[in-house]
Ligand binder design. Structure first.
Ligand SMILES: NC(=O)c1ccc[n+]([C@@H]2O[C@H](COP(=O)([O-])OP(=O)(O)OC[C@H]3O[C@@H](n4cnc5c(N)ncnc54)[C@H](O)[C@@H]3O)[C@@H](O)[C@H]2O)c1
Length: 479
């Protein structure tokens, strides 16, 4: 660790703020990245030149932890969902829970009654989560607060000797992406972003097919998170402090990229043989949110602060090129009343797959989708071990069973001392799209480089998503 740390802090504009003390940069507070003309491209270049990899976290295995002691920060929708799932997994002890709102913390603890878990509560002020991170009887901190808070919490937890599993995205600015990488490499604590869509059945199936050569060379991926959140985002009860609506009212670009992008990156071996190189991003105007805010505000003063805001456009389309010359088309639309759509289209030299619109389809490269019968037999042939092992049990859990699969495999890897299935470089590169796409939208869709968070190690890093459970897989689920 020769640097370079000082350079990093200087470049990140953090010197004097004390990262270890949980200090925060201006960019973090606003959740805003640098959208100016040359500012961000220059910063990306400088980060790239000054960063030396302290330790390659790709493939890193921490010492085994037989009983994984867990603390959870943020108990809105997502926190209690992970809490419940984690409580079903062998070798998990839920030690502590934290939410700024005491009622949320108490309600979550109540749900633990009769499960054998007796978590200590931290609540009532915005910094209580630090006390949870400072405890010396916690191994893993799960972060389920609004995403612009994730990096500060993750960095603090790692600095206090904890592994981290953060909800998506893990970071909202390029500075934050580098903070995650730098802290993870220095502390040797895992920093995983919990991209659960990587564990959806069709996504796992197509990952296995790609690895077995079904698609030939994968040339292109289409992906998206297109689902209307108009009702949720304008609801006064749904999210803490209207945080999602505030993000849509202040930012541009794809502010929720990882559900679509993560599984495609895994299929393309991004950060392990290939890497994201550059992107361009185009965005429609907003045709719905400002109008809805105006109408609501006419009857309810609560919505007045949202009047006249320059809302993010309805549709953002980001196109990414990889170093090996593959392409990815990534969309995000949280407004239009069209059906939920992840797309997940994989196009190769020999075959293709398409998840949405449903039903899922496969092609063997003869310009047609295969019949249902052939689909079933291909599915049987290529279904990876992880689905056979735990997929049936997972079916009852959220997001098509992916929530249980992800949490189970995370704990299984920690208990067996195995590398985690998504590492800090995945967290940083997938999350970096938030601010890079925003910059491109602000700059007439100019292209912008995607940082190499692996510092060149992508050329030799090995695959890490062990979907056929060659190691581990022995942790039980209590259902
Ligand atoms: N992977 C998925 O499928 C999925 C689904 C939904 C949401 N998410 C992600 O999960 C995260 C949480 O989303 P949500 O829907 O649960 O939001 P939410 O608003 O329902 O919950 C956030 C919680 O954080 C708490 N909080 C706010 N500030 C805090 C602080 N300083 N200390 C402690 N607690 C604090 C709030 O009181 C609230 O209970 C987001 O990052 C979101 O992007 C992921």
């Amino acid at each position: 660790m020769k640097i370079k740390r000082r350079n990093f802090l200087k470049l990140a504009g953090l010197a004097g703020f004390g990262v270890a003390g949980g200090g925060i940069s201006k960019g973090f507070v606003s959740g805003h990245s640098d959208t100016g003309g040359t500012g961000l491209p220059k910063l990306i270049k400088e980060y790239g030149q000054s960063h030396i990899q302290h330790f390659n976290m790709s493939g890193y295995a921490a010492p085994k932890i037989n009983n994984v002691r867990v603390g959870i920060i943020g108990l809105g929708q997502r926190g209690p969902s992970h809490m419940h799932t984690m409580s079903l997994i062998e070798g998990v002890e839920i030690k502590a829970l934290c939410d700024i709102i005491p009622e949320k913390a108490k309600a979550a603890k109540k749900k633990m009654k009769g499960t054998g878990h007796n978590p200590v509560l931290y609540a009532g002020s915005k910094d209580e989560w630090k006390k949870l991170c400072e405890r010396n009887d916690i191994d893993l901190v799960i972060i389920t607060t609004p995403w612009y808070m994730h990096t500060e919490m993750a960095v603090y937890a790692m600095e206090h000797g904890k592994h981290v599993a953060s909800e998506v995205p893990a970071a909202g600015t390029i500075e934050e992406c580098w903070q995650l990488v730098e802290t993870c490499e220095r502390t040797l604590k895992h920093c995983m972003m919990m991209e659960n869509y990587a564990y959806m059945e069709f996504q796992l199936l197509t990952l296995n097919m790609a690895r077995q050569g079904f698609f030939g060379e994968v040339v292109h991926g289409d992906c998206a998170y297109n689902t209307s959140k108009m009702r949720n985002n304008f609801s006064k009860k749904m999210y803490w402090d209207m945080w999602w609506l505030k993000q849509y009212a202040r930012r541009k670009g794809n502010i929720y990229p990882t559900h679509g992008l993560g599984p495609v990156c895994q299929i393309m071996d991004i950060n392990r043989g290939d890497r994201l190189d550059y992107l361009v991003s185009v965005e429609s105007n907003d045709f719905m949110m400002a109008e809805k805010a105006r109408k609501l505000a006419a009857q309810d003063n609560f919505f007045k602060p949202f009047i006249g805001k320059d809302f993010r456009g309805n549709m953002n389309v980001t196109t990414i090129r990889t170093k090996k010359g593959r392409t990815i088309m990534l969309q995000h639309d949280a407004t239009s009343p069209s059906p939920h759509n992840l797309i997940h289209g994989i196009y190769g030299t020999k075959g293709a797959a398409l998840y949405d619109p449903q039903p899922p389809k496969l092609s063997v490269g003869n310009h047609k989708w295969v019949s249902q019968e052939e689909f079933n037999s291909l599915k049987e042939k290529y279904t990876p071990e992880i689905i056979g092992k735990i997929g049936e049990m997972a079916k009852g859990s959220g997001h098509g069973g992916s929530d249980l699969l992800l949490d189970w495999r995370l704990i299984d890897c920690l208990r067996n001392g195995l590398p985690l299935e998504q590492d800090v470089y995945d967290a940083a590169s997938w999350s970096s799209i938030v601010s890079l796409s925003e910059w491109s939208v602000h700059n007439r869709s100019d292209s912008i480089d995607i940082p190499d968070f692996t510092a060149g190690a992508w050329k030799t890093n090995k695959r890490n998503m062990d979907i056929n459970l060659e190691r581990g897989g022995n942790t039980k689920v209590i259902i």
